[in-house]
Each structure stands twice: as C-alpha cells, then as structure tokens.
Design a protein around this ligand. Structure first.
Ligand code: N2P
Length: 371
C-alpha cells in the first residue's frame, strides 16, 4: 500500500541518510579533515594512506614558523582541524588563551606508545598533557657546507661552536658563500645568548640588548632570514651556513647526496648549547571536524606510521615502539638521534612575559630591516 512515506523519491532518502551519516553532530562528521603542518614534516604517503583507510579527504597546508600558525589561531576561524605548534612557548600560551580542545584520550588508542619522558617534558607547557600529543622533536643548530666553510676559514673552522656564525671575523669570511638564519627571534636570540655565555632562557632586557648587539655585528653578513628555503639552498651549494632545524639540515645533506653534486652538508649541535623543541598535535577549539582530527592523530600514533615519518624527514619521534621501527641508518645517525652527551647541551624554552616578547619582536624586526 502506498502511504505518504513511500511517495517520497529515493533521492530524498539518500539525502537524509547522507545528512545523518555525515552531517556532523552525534551521528558523525562529513568525511573531511583540514591539516596545517610544518613544511617538510611528514612522509610522502602518510596522507594518502590515511585517506584510503578512513575515506576521509584531507586538505593539507603548510607553514614554516610558529608565529604564522599563532596569528591564524589567535584570529580564530582558521578552519583547521589539526595544527602542530611547538610545545614551548607557543602551545603553552595558546592553551592559556583557550585555543585548543581538551584531548579525548579514550579515542587515542596509541597514546600508550608515547615516551613518558617526553610527556613529562611537555607537561610544563601543557599541564596534565591535556591538549597536545607530541609528534616529532627537533634541535636548532648549525648546518654547513663542509668544503666551502673549510675553504673560507681553513681546516680548523669551529664547526662545533656558535662562534662559526657569531664571531664577526668568521661571518665576514662566510658571507660570500651565503649565510641564512631562521626567521624567528625565538630560535635565534637564545642561540646568541648561548654563544655569549649568558642564560639562553634569560628574560633580562639587558641580556636581550647584548644579544641584539651581537646580532647587529653579523647582520651585514646575513643573506637570508628564512625558515625552510635553506634545505634546498644548502643542498644546491647556494648557502654555506644556516642556523636550522636538525632534520631540515639532514634532509639537505641527503638531497645533496642523492643529487651526486659534490655538496657535503654537516649538522652540529654547538658546544655552547642548543634549543630543543617538541612539536605537538593539537585540535583548535573551533575545529569543524574534531572527531576526524582524533582519528588522524591516532593514526599518527601508530608505530609504523610515525616511523615512516621519521625515516622520511630525519626528525626523531617520541613514540617508543615507533622508534624501534625507524630505519637503522636513521636511528644510528648521531646527527639525527644525538647521543646523551650531546643531549645534555639541549635547553628548552619557556613562555616569556609579554613585555619581553614585545621587546624581542621589535628588536628583531629592526635587525632584519637593517635599520
Ligand atoms: C620542519 C621544521 C620543524 C621543526 N621543517 C620545528 N621545531
């Protein structure tokens, strides 16, 4: 018998079914995810594998600085479901500004894989590990072209010291082959303080002045302030010295090896100390697809998935069974997995008072513009 319901066209029922299955709310989300990650910070097939397994279509965008990410998060309505800030100081102050959803750990079957020492370390930024999942970690040091640096400075060039850069006599001789700095005062100022023998975490405005004065002395010799271009520039021999993130410099080394272009790149953690950062997966409070975000994060907690990422980008991961699966050539490379005597020289940044942050940003902008 033909009741009013059977009169409705099949398209209506299909639309209703789709709305219930994918329309958000308690029944689920549309199969879509927006990821915003650092450039060169994932394996080539990670997204494709996740999409094939889950049917979730990923839109994937990249940035190369915490400051760029932070501006989007503080503006709100970024549309992103998963972002990757460094724990300290960035995620710490973003958490304080209520930028993130608390994690539903019952949806993260891989949480147990995380190294408790790294969880403890990032708990200083994210109390109770309530908002962020450690993804990969990096150390900021010196990437250099071996032959060019030896040619400019001789066989005993101090490649194991920040003096390679901050001694103006060295910077002047390296300027013609090209020096780049990361485009962020949050990395470069602590490195300068370490070179000067001051506390790299100092919040003293007098210490900041000293660091800026040291940077001004080498400013004429800096070709570029950039936080990702140096990978290709080092690999192609277009730069001979970069302050860079460990894995990025190793990627430059590997690209040069693959290209057989006679460029040999080294990475060193300077003896005066270097900044370590843990980058965290977080879900913005206004994420349109928070459940899909949890599925993606749980996917990245799988040992095989994160090991593939460490293999591809040469950054260590905080996943214990994941580390066991990392290729031996990567795990045994002291430039990628530094031995404990090198790790002892790491320092980890803390959130700074806003007036210090403002003074540092102002000084940095002036320095870059060369005023
Ligand atoms: C990726 C750089 C990520 C390291 N290109 C920042 N901690």
């Amino acid at each position: 018998m033909a009741g009013p319901m059977t009169m409705l066209p099949p398209r209506f029922w299909m639309t209703l079914l789709a709305a219930v299955l994918m329309g958000g709310g308690a029944f689920g989300e549309e199969p879509v995810l927006h990821v915003y990650n650092w450039s060169d910070y994932i394996a080539p097939d990670t997204i494709g594998k996740f999409e094939r397994e889950t049917g979730i279509k990923v839109t994937y965008d990249v940035y190369d600085s915490n400051e760029v990410l932070e501006a989007k998060l503080f503006a709100g309505g970024s549309g992103y479901d998963v972002v990757v800030p460094s724990a300290s100081p960035f995620m710490a102050r973003q958490i304080a500004a209520k930028v993130y959803l608390p994690l539903d750990k019952s949806s993260l079957s891989g949480w147990k894989n995380l190294d408790p020492r790294i969880l403890d370390l990032v708990a200083a930024a994210d109390p109770g590990n309530a908002h962020g999942v450690p993804y990969l970690w990096s150390v900021t040091g010196l990437g250099y072209n071996n032959a060019m640096v030896r040619k400019a400075l001789g066989g005993d060039a101090p490649v194991d010291s920040w003096a390679l850069l901050f001694d103006p006599a060295n910077a002047r001789k390296l300027a013609p082959c090209g020096i780049s700095l990361l485009d962020t005062p949050q990395e470069v100022v602590p490195a300068t303080l370490a070179y000067l023998g001051l506390d790299p975490k100092s919040r003293d405005l007098g210490d900041l002045d000293k660091a800026i004065a040291a940077l001004e002395k080498i400013r004429p010799y800096i070709r570029k302030f950039h936080s990702s271009q140096y990978i290709n520039d080092l690999a192609n021999g277009d730069l001979c010295l970069s302050v860079g993130y460990s894995g990025d410099v190793i990627m430059a080394r590997n690209r040069a090896r693959d290209a057989h272009n006679n460029v040999e790149i080294g990475f060193r953690v300077p003896k005066e100390g270097a900044q370590m950062s843990v980058d965290m997966l977080g879900i913005p409070a206004d994420a349109p697809h928070p459940r899909n975000a949890l599925r993606y994060i749980d996917y990245l907690l799988r040992p095989g998935a994160i090991a593939d990422i460490s293999d591809a980008v040469s950054y260590p991961n905080p996943n214990i069974p994941g580390t066991a699966l990392v290729a031996l050539a990567i795990r045994d490379d002291p430039a990628i997995y530094p031995p404990s005597e090198v790790r002892r020289r790491f320092f980890v940044d803390l959130p700074a008072p806003p007036d210090y942050e403002r003074a540092r940003t102002r000084a940095w902008t002036r320095l870059k513009s060369g005023e």
